[in-house]
Design a binder for this molecule. Structure first.
Ligand SMILES: Cc1ncc(COP(=O)(O)O)c(C=O)c1O
Length: 447
């Protein structure tokens, strides 16, 4: 039986829910990345490193809440305090102690954070970071890097993917204030030399799309030094890397000090939440002026800012991950998974590569070379191989096949948590081997 047919036949309840969803939700999905033809799985429950769907299948989960779950699903250190908060109230519409504790943890862990302001998502965090940068510098334009993802608001969706045009629904006037360039220092220097309206640079510090296209060695330090020299604000978007790479994010690992940092995902312990943190002087633009001082502050309402549930869960999570044990374990597991998957590509003589930084992994099927049975530092790999990626149809069938065998990826890869187990890795590599064989027998691997 073919890959797609096996998937369809074994997931009748998910298929039925998808048909129902399509009647009321465009394409049946509530996040673009959850779209999968012929239909996605519908989850019923989750625990630790696993989730179960409505057809009763069990999966090793590498989506891990889009990266929000470093401790896996329902970790007792988070669920206990969150459950306690549920019965004390879910929205006070008032200041509360838990938001102070949450802010104190962020300031304690993130090296550049002198103060913090909470939002409801990473998208809102980058929107606020750009507003603070523009208000401070007085310059309207922002430099961002091609394919670096900072959420879905209008200022950050410019990409070479759309050529000179704006993405549908985004005013061209908005994109006039955002300059999109390749992440190369000489391009950054030339661009800044050619315009005097750019006040800040925002970067995804692991490289485009959560490390799919890593940055060159030393790039962040060079960028930081350049920003200092040219009086530009340096914004690191640590929505994915914050608390995952190390307790203090990539900035701690690489010893760089951004002016502003955006955070979300692990920050809120699996509940909705985001934050912008950074230099006091920049965050204080949000502060109310004393009588007689300046007249205008930077505005920031938001019904769910520092919601009590997110505050309690986030604080519990940050306390649990503060000593780095969870990050180290998740990293070691991801390195073993990448090595095991590369060993199977090597044994079967198939071209492609599994690579990644910290506790992430990314898959490329195709290219010229068969990998060795080992892990790679992605910054040593040719960028054009990583940029070419896996053909869409191959990636789709790969996902369907892995789902049929009890493994759920997040698109072209995924993330480990600290609670994935040896059994999870063994099971995943077995599913990977069968998937590669199935793709080969359907002629679905790129030649
Ligand atoms: C680097 C980065 N910034 C910002 C965002 C947007 O965060 P959210 O999905 O919470 O709006 C994401 C989401 O994946 C991200 O990866």
């Amino acid at each position: 039986m073919g890959i797609e047919q096996a998937y369809v036949e074994s997931h009748p309840r998910s298929a039925a829910l998808y048909e129902r969803a399509r009647r009321v939700v465009p394409s049946g999905v509530t996040h673009d990345s959850r779209y999968l033809r012929p239909f996605p799985i519908y989850a019923a429950r989750a625990a630790g490193s696993r989730k179960w769907d409505v057809d009763g299948h069990e999966y090793v989960d590498y989506v891990m809440g889009h990266g929000a779950l470093l401790l896996g699903h329902n970790h007792p250190a988070i669920i206990g305090p969150a459950a306690g908060q549920l019965s004390r109230g879910t929205h006070y519409g008032a200041s509360h102690e838990a938001e102070i504790e949450w802010a104190e943890e962020v300031v304690r862990l993130v090296p550049s954070a002198e103060a913090v302001r909470f939002t409801s998502s990473g998208t809102e965090a980058t929107l606020m970071a750009l507003r603070l940068a523009r208000a401070h510098s007085g310059r309207p334009a922002i430099l961002k890097f091609d394919r670096h993802f900072h959420g879905w608001h209008d200022y950050v969706v410019g990409s070479s993917r759309y050529g000179a045009a704006a993405p549908p629904g985004v005013p061209a006037a908005t994109l006039d204030t955002v300059v999109v360039v390749a992440p190369e220092m000489h391009v950054v220097r030339e661009t800044i030399a050619s315009r005097d309206d750019i006040g800040a640079i925002i970067v995804e510090p692991a490289g485009a799309s959560s490390g799919t296209l890593p940055l060159p060695h030393g790039f962040l330090r060079e960028l930081e030094a350049f920003c200092r020299q040219r009086d530009l604000l340096f914004i690191m978007d640590e929505v994915v890397t914050g608390f995952r790479w190390t307790p203090g994010g990539i900035q701690q690992e690489e010893g760089v000090t951004p002016d502003l940092t955006t955070l979300a995902k692990i920050l809120a312990g699996g509940f909705p939440g985001g934050a912008v943190a950074g230099r006091r002087e920049l965050l204080d633009q949000l502060a109310f002026p004393a009588p007689g001082e300046r007249t205008e502050k930077v505005g920031h309402p938001g019904t769910f800012n520092a919601n009590p549930l997110s505050s309690v869960a986030g604080t519990a999570c940050l306390r649990e991950i503060a000593d780095g044990r969870h990050q180290s374990r998740a990293r070691a597991l991801a390195a073993r998974l990448r090595t095991g998957m590369n060993a199977e590509l090597h044994r079967l003589g198939l071209p492609g590569l599994v690579y990644g930084q910290a506790s992430e992994f990314r898959i490329v099927l195709g290219g010229e070379t068969v990998p060795g049975p080992r892990d790679y530092d992605p910054r040593d790999l040719p960028l054009d191989l990583l940029a070419s990626g896996t053909p869409r149809e191959t990636e789709r069938l790969m996902n369907l096949s892995l789902l049929t065998r009890g493994v759920q990826l997040f698109g072209n890869g995924g993330m480990t948590s600290s609670v994935h187990t040896d059994d999870d890795l063994v099971h995943s590599v077995e599913a990977w081997t069968v998937t590669l064989e199935a793709l080969r027998s359907e002629n679905a691997l790129p030649s």
